[in-house]
Design a protein around this ligand. Sequence first.
Ligand SMILES: *Cc1c(COP(=O)(O)O)cnc(C)c1O
Length: 341
Amino acid sequence: MEINLISDTVTRPTAGMLATMMAAKVGDDVFKNDPTVNALEEKVAKYFGMEAALFFPSGTMANQTAIKLHTQPGEQLICDKYAHVFNYEGGGVSFNSGVSCRLVDGHRGMMTAEQVEASINPPDFYHSPLTSLVCIENTTNKGGGACWDFTELQKIRKICDEYHLKYHLDGARLWNALVAKKEDPKSYGALFDTISVCFSKGMGCPVGSVLVGDSETIAKALRVRKVLGGGMRQAGFLAAAGIYAMDHHIDRLADDHKKAAEIGKVLSKLDFIKKVEPIETNIIIFELDESQMSSPDFLKKLEENQITIIGMGQGKLRIVTHLDYTDAMHDHFLTILKKIG
Ligand SMILES: *Cc1c(COP(=O)(O)O)cnc(C)c1O
């Protein structure tokens, strides 16, 4: 039994999803004539209670488009030091938008409102870059799937209003936070200027992200997406997967979270594990006691059992549960883990 736990992006479309994709009515989305893409965009906008949405080939492009819309070259955005937009988007912030990042030393990828306020450059001090945007990530990726406290997000909104800053949410795994904390997506829609969500993570789709915002912002986003080369033609086949996922794959994320917690419990009992970070959703980050077991040895022992997990550098390892990680795989993995220990 092959068990791949490197990411929640490794899933393959289910039979139900594939059937829906194959049956999709499509058109040319560059002419905005694909009924299924239009339906997905409407569905996501409605879900968040926002005016409009736009389908993207990747989460990176959706985030980069938002940053482009909210900033001018030379300006600065504020984000946590772990932020995906800073660490994992190829330097797109500077490449696409000509802006710099003011990094905040947050906790598990999350900042406090006080830290955000302290990072704003004085607008009349023309020697430093003008701060124009705050980027949040929920759940945090490098922060181990941690979920924000909504009241902190509200406090940051207040600061954005006070200092005339835009407020973007990288919600690649926002679905996981909504399920884990039983939150209302519309409360997020009411708070942020733009939100990006990923369909190719826990939702089990092969491709796709969506950016939501007001009509004016999304109309501008269409132009930026074009410039970035993100216009797709009969993309309804892909959008159909997103519609299917919203109908069938949101509530079940709780099962990924439950399995992750169970894995964490077993890991924390093993002698050679030094630390397991708190598990809130489907990501488990942990460290080995290298004097007892080195990371390469541990990865090799798992590999001998056809189990793959991933190293994050600095002695940290990561496991991510997902739609294709079945109950049988879970039982098998837990048994193997106990044997290694
Ligand atoms: C995966 C991810 C993205 C987008 O990634 P793509 O691979 O470009 O779809 C953005 N933000 C976070 C936090 C992510 O985990």
